[in-house]
Design a binder for this molecule. Structure first.
Ligand SMILES: Nc1nc2c(ncn2[C@@H]2O[C@H](COP(=O)(O)OP(=O)(O)OP(=O)(O)O)[C@@H](O)[C@H]2O)c(=O)[nH]1
Length: 211
């Protein structure tokens, strides 16, 4: 496994700034994490994928800004819901994938969400939940309403897609998460500004009281 942690901002030749967005894909074994990643990167569905955990990149232009989307396609160990601190530290946002025909994989997403919300760095991080394999309606065991409800309760985005059938739905998933990451960064920046003002004001009044 080769993991390259890149700097968040990279100056382009035109002296513009290219923003890096790191997306971590989590979910149980065989839910279609690699299929979604490959669909997004190449528009293709190839059916069978090797067992290589890796980070892939694609550059998109969103609202006139170049965004380098790095995707860490994690590998699940059986129905295990674990992930590493390193993965959490790296990620700006996460896609949690389950298979709509596999209830156990939905429970893995629920558990992973709990772990994420408990971690300090990621408690407020943007998350999009994805029910994959929508083409297999006849084998469905998790309803769309259940997915929606979990996403609403946990303040996450939600999509049902088929990596096998369409590119567009998969594109929407990644672009929605990029938007959420941008909104979260803007919010953090404005909160840091407010905290700075509060600190300056308290410093002035603290000084006056001391005089
Ligand atoms: N019918 C259908 N099959 C899919 C879809 N997405 C993935 N698959 C199949 O599901 C199987 C597992 O897909 P992967 O993308 O390897 O799943 P993964 O989550 O990356 O699996 P691990 O890396 O082992 O954790 C493959 O046989 C895919 O062809 C889908 O949307 N519909």
């Amino acid at each position: 496994m080769v993991v390259e942690v890149k700097s968040r901002m990279e100056a382009t030749e035109a002296n513009q700034q290219r923003v890096e967005t790191n997306i971590l894909l989590l979910g149980a074994h065989s839910v279609g994490k690699t299929a979604l990643t490959v669909r997004f990167l190449t528009r293709r569905f190839i059916g069978e994928y090797g067992d290589i955990e890796s980070i892939y990149s694609r550059v998109d232009r969103v609202d006139g800004q170049e965004i380098c989307i790095n995707i860490w396609d994690s590998q699940a160990g059986g129905k295990s819901c674990s992930f590493s601190d390193k993965q959490l530290q790296w990620a700006d946002g996460m896609v949690l994938v389950y298979d709509i025909c596999d209830r156990a994989s939905f429970e893995v997403v629920r558990q992973q969400l709990q772990l994420i919300r408990r971690s300090r760095k990621m408690s407020m991080a943007p998350v999009v939940i994805v029910g994959n394999k929508r083409d297999l309606q006849h084998r469905r065991s998790v309803s769309g309403e259940e997915g929606h409800l979990l996403a609403m309760t946990e303040r996450c985005g939600f999509f049902e897609v088929s990596a096998a059938e369409t590119y567009h739905g998969v594109l929407l998933v990644f672009h929605r998460l990029v938007d959420l990451v941008r909104e979260t960064r803007a919010l953090r920046k404005s909160m840091a500004g407010v905290r700075g003002i509060v600190r300056s004001v308290s410093a002035v009044f603290g000084k006056k009281r001391a005089e």
